[in-house]
Design a binder for this molecule. Structure first.
Ligand SMILES: *Cc1c(COP(=O)(O)O)cnc(C)c1O
Length: 217
């Protein structure tokens, strides 16, 4: 089923949208099945699990860290991760910079923005993110490359609310590209339940788990 699910979803994605197959909690065999169907980008939300899978599975897989990342866990993923989605504080950014330097890498990251009306999600507020980019000094984090933003909408059936939340992220993303010296290219928004809305609102990267691998227990 994994292969069928994957190919079906991929056939509906516009060319400019990158698919991250969210394999958190799933066994290596499930990832291998998706790999055989051509998928190369996988998302994990636990640092040790990412490390363990990265060491065991093919080296051309690109591992994305998608969930909340604690500073003391950055060291586990620094050698392996190709994109960190959930950077929600400057302290975490500093830590990533430090660990990236130790392994002689420049790690690409996304700044997480809090767009959901529910308070349980992490991230900079839309005001904080503007201030952050405006005061960012290009040499501040030499071992980090800030390439975009990530956000999660509220878990709700209210489509209008989801549209509002994603469009608010697209607005800040465009604002930052127009008003600060950076050139952001990745806007990571959309999961199994809301990725179509996210794409309509300007997403360039979707993170899909259960629609590919089945529900997590
Ligand atoms: C688990 C997770 C996803 C995937 O969720 P599904 O609903 O299974 O597609 C996407 N993004 C983040 C940050 C996640 O933690």
């Amino acid at each position: 089923m994994i292969k069928e699910n994957l190919l079906k979803i991929k056939s509906t994605l516009p060319n400019h949208v990158t698919l991250v197959a969210v394999s958190k909690t799933k066994p290596k065999s499930a990832i291998e099945e998706a790999y055989e169907a051509g998928q190369r980008i996988f998302g994990e939300n636990r640092a040790q699990e990412l490390k363990e899978k990265a060491e065991a599975l093919p080296k051309d897989i690109k591992w994305h860290m998608i969930g909340h990342l604690q500073r003391n866990k950055v060291k586990y993923i620094a050698p392996y991760v190709s994109l960190i989605h959930g950077v929600d504080s400057e302290r975490l950014l500093e830590q990533i910079d430090k660990e990236a330097q130790k392994v002689n890498r420049k790690i690409p990251i996304l700044i997480q923005v809090h767009i959901a009306e529910e308070s349980s999600k992490f991230g900079f507020s839309t005001e904080e993110v503007k201030t952050f980019f405006q005061s960012l000094d290009s040499n501040q984090y030499p071992n980090v490359e800030i390439v975009g933003m990530m956000g999660m909408a509220t878990f709700t059936d209210d489509q209008q609310q989801i549209i509002r939340e994603f469009s608010s992220l697209k607005l800040v993303y465009d604002w930052v590209n127009e008003n600060s010296g950076v050139n952001l290219t990745i806007l990571s928004m959309g999961m199994s339940g809301d990725y179509k809305i996210a794409i309509d609102q300007g997403s360039s990267m979707v993170r899909i788990g259960s629609s590919i691998f089945g529900s997590r227990i």
